[in-house]
Design a protein around this ligand. Structure first.
Ligand SMILES: [Zn+2]
Ligand SMILES: [Zn+2]
Length: 276
């Protein structure tokens, strides 16, 4: 008996006698089943082999990531706010050390998650910290473990605290969301983008994909739409989903030039000169 967690994507399933036959997330065409076949673990086993690194990133922002890397390897972000702390995105490993450290920072009042690749063990987090989880309703079909702690929301924006706005962009998933943090980057604003607007390895550009592991791009009109919905929100910094994937400053301009380059590439700017 256990609540099994997929080793490749980190998604936790409802309690069952035997591991599920398949992982809903890995069978989806955005992801993949490991070359070794479907493998499962549990939170209890993960706690024996992995630990979380918890690190301040800027005033009122803390990163939480697992070491050594597990599954997709994203790190979550905790925003400290006088109205209650918000956890942006989630990671599979939750242990006593993490709970103690987060409680010393004021706990968690709300959990907001960009898309199904980071749903991980969200119900464990929600129950431990007694915090509701805000998910976009269009991603409901991808929830492996439904629970009353989940609050589905519809439409384009949802305010979850003062200066904290979830913005539904679509693209990668129908309900792919980013979080705008007005107080981030010293008051210039920060975009917590998951991989809806993914920070590239050069930390100068962002990108937008239907599937990152399987290298499937999005249509130009979809990319323009993502840029249009975040355009009204001021931000200087962009926090992608992994520790190094941060655009420290000039985030707004980085999105604009990335959209231009992306659309030019899709429409054929690169490659033709390499044909001969
Ligand atoms: Zn999986
Ligand atoms: Zn993803």
């Amino acid at each position: 008996m256990g609540k099994y967690i997929c080793n490749t994507c980190g998604t936790q399933y409802e309690e069952s006698q035997l591991p599920p036959e398949k992982c809903l997330i890995c069978e989806d065409d955005r992801q993949y089943v490991s070359i070794d076949g479907q493998q499962w673990t549990t939170l209890e086993d993960l706690q024996k082999t992995h630990t979380n690194v918890i690190r301040a990133l800027e005033p009122n922002l803390t990163g939480i990531g697992t070491q050594p890397d597990f599954a997709i390897g994203q790190r979550a972000l905790l925003i400290k706010s006088p109205q209650g702390n918000v956890l942006w995105d989630c990671i599979p490993l939750l242990d006593l050390n993490t709970i103690t450290r987060i409680n010393s920072l004021g706990g968690i009042s709300a959990i907001a998650i960009s898309h199904p690749h980071y749903y991980s063990t969200m119900i464990e987090w929600a129950n431990i910290f007694d915090a509701p989880i805000y998910l976009h309703a269009k991603n409901r079909p991808y929830v492996a473990r439904l629970d009353p702690m989940i609050e589905f929301w519809d439409g384009t924006i949802k305010t979850i605290g003062e200066g904290l706005t979830m913005i539904r962009c679509g693209g990668h998933f129908p309900g792919s969301t980013v979080l705008h943090w007005q107080g981030g980057a010293g008051g210039k604003g920060a975009l917590l983008s998951g991989d809806t607007v993914t920070v590239a390895f050069d930390r100068k550009f962002v990108s937008f994909m239907y599937s990152y592991p399987n290298l499937v791009p999005l249509a130009p009109k979809t990319v323009r739409r993502i840029a249009a919905v975040i355009d009204p929100y001021p931000f200087d910094r962009i926090y992608g989903a992994w520790w190094p994937r941060v655009i420290e400053t000039g985030g707004k301009a980085a999105v604009a030039r990335s959209v231009d380059r992306y659309i030019a590439a899709i429409e054929g700017r690169f490659g033709e000169q390499n044909e001969d």
